[in-house]
Write a protein that binds this ligand. Structure first.
Ligand SMILES: [Zn+2]
Length: 479
């Protein structure tokens, strides 16, 4: 509805100007002139130019509830809801940006944060107790998501970057006319900001973010703090579907916290890890873990064909890499570990390579949506076996786990190798992951299998069965 109103307004402007025989340039002139008028009025309504330019330090706490679209335990709706508690601190002058978020998601507990302090940046895993320096800390990059959902900071952006703005037209939000102004921030696609024509309040923002689609932010509650107006909540909609609710509290303006950039006192500081370039790890004869950028597949060379497992995005480049080790044999079967949105995009590449996709019946809809209606799909049950003279592959379904209803895991009994996804996430720097209910579920499922090499869909690192049982056992002994 709102989108249509915008198009209507633009169409009206075009027809008015053309009928008056005014040159096309005046559309741009109008867009800039109106934009400046609206921005001036908005800055006044948000406390004036001095207040907005003087907004230097902002801190607040938040509580969020997210719908885990594509990441729930079941393939379809209703989606699981994850709760997160967090805090944020920004200091524009010193280029400090600090966040922390703790909660549950995908069956895991987490408590993570990051600290940007000028040229330095750190990712902090509070649960596991380690700190990893960032390769390329970037204040604008890191703070962008926070600025985009904090209304006076968006007004501050408009004040500083008004040269990027155009007036798009008038659209209705909750039955009231709003001026729509564009804003291009330092990073990310342009935003459309909807300001109430009467109160000049920012009630809605929108941006188009491929491949996700239309991301819409709604600001419904507002409170006067520090001479300006802050939103005290926001809702995020993805292509019109409700995705996230956040409530904001304890908002403070220009209150410096001297210790905000201190690293946790007893944390282990890891070496920074470099770019995750394409690599082939030969786990055993004819068994390869291939991938890059946190996305890996397992390939097993059979007598006349190749068996593959793991369909995170980027499968076509992994197949190219495989051809250095196995030049010709066709990929006959490709296993999808589970239905999550980051574990199905490679399915289409396997179909293009004429492989049959292996999955469970419950996931057919998700797999067809990712791989196309013509995909050859075979449903496999726990214990499914693919074997020839040289190799034996056993597929086990260890679901339900806290992470997903069905989880297909590959077990190579001859070599003692297990390939899984999302239950034992190995950092590339070799530190073991924090104990989790997912690791515990995996450990319980595989404890009687004979293997010594455990690899995953998101890392080139390898672990042992002992590592897994140790991490899972740590957690169990804590209870
Ligand atoms: Zn997953």
């Amino acid at each position: 509805m709102n989108g249509k109103s915008v198009i209507g307004a633009v169409a009206l402007m075009v027809s008015l100007t053309s009928s008056a025989m005014v040159s096309a340039q005046s559309i741009a002139e109008t867009a800039v002139k109106k934009s400046n008028e609206v921005i001036d009025a908005v800055i006044e309504a948000y406390g004036g130019a001095k207040t907005i330019s003087g907004l230097n330090i902002v801190s607040m706490d938040n509580i969020s509830e997210t719908a885990a679209v594509g990441q729930s335990r079941k393939p379809g709706p209703p989606f699981d809801r994850d709760k997160t508690k967090g805090s944020t601190y920004i200091d524009y002058e010193k280029k400090i940006f600090v966040t922390r978020a703790a909660g549950t998601g995908g069956g895991n507990k987490f408590d993570v944060g990051n600290i940007i302090n000028g040229d330095e940046g750190f990712n902090i895993n509070h649960l596991a107790g380690f700190v990893t320096p960032q390769e390329q800390p970037d204040f604008n990059n890191a703070s962008g998501p926070f600025v985009r959902v904090t209304t006076p900071l968006l007004v501050k952006q408009l004040q500083e970057r008004r040269h990027t703005s155009h007036w798009l037209g008038v659209a209705e939000v909750d039955g009231k006319p709003h001026d729509v102004i564009t804003l291009v921030m330092e990073v990310g696609p342009g935003l459309s900001l909807y300001f109430d024509q009467e109160s000049r309040r920012l009630n809605k923002a929108e941006r188009i973010l491929p491949p996700f689609g239309v991301v819409e932010y709604r600001f419904r509650r507002h409170k006067d703090i520090g001479g300006t107006s802050f939103n005290t909540d926001f809702e995020l909609l993805l292509n019109g579907d409700h995705n996230l609710d956040r409530k904001l509290a304890n908002i403070k303006v220009n209150k410096a916290q001297a210790d905000i950039t201190d690293l946790p006192a007893d944390a282990l500081v890891n070496e920074p890890v470099g770019p995750d370039a394409m690599s082939t790890t030969t786990l055993d004869e004819g068994v390869f873990l291939i991938g890059a950028n946190g996305a890996y597949s397992l390939f097993v060379e059979m007598e006349d064909s190749v068996f593959a497992a793991g369909a995170t995005g980027g499968v076509s480049t992994r197949i190219e890499e495989l051809r250095k080790s196995v030049p010709e044999k066709p990929i006959k079967q490709a296993l999808l570990t589970h239905h999550h949105s980051d574990h199905v995009p490679g399915a289409a590449d396997f179909v293009a390579a004429e492989a049959t996709l292996l999955t469970v019946a419950e996931n057919e809809g998700v797999v067809r949506a990712a791989a196309g209606e013509k995909a050859k799909i075979e449903f496999v049950a726990d214990g499914h076996r693919i074997a020839d003279k040289s190799q034996t592959v056993i597929i086990r379904n260890i679901g339900p786990t806290p992470h997903t209803e069905n989880l297909l895991v590959v077990y190579l009994p001859k070599q003692g190798i297990v390939f899984e996804a999302d239950h034992f996430s190995l950092p590339r720097n070799g530190t073991l992951p924090a104990p989790s209910n997912n690791a515990r579920a995996l450990a319980a499922a595989v404890k009687d299998w004979e293997f010594d090499t455990l690899v995953g869909a998101h890392s080139s690192a390898t672990a042992s069965k002992k590592d897994l049982l140790g991490v899972a056992g740590d957690k169990m002994s804590m209870h």
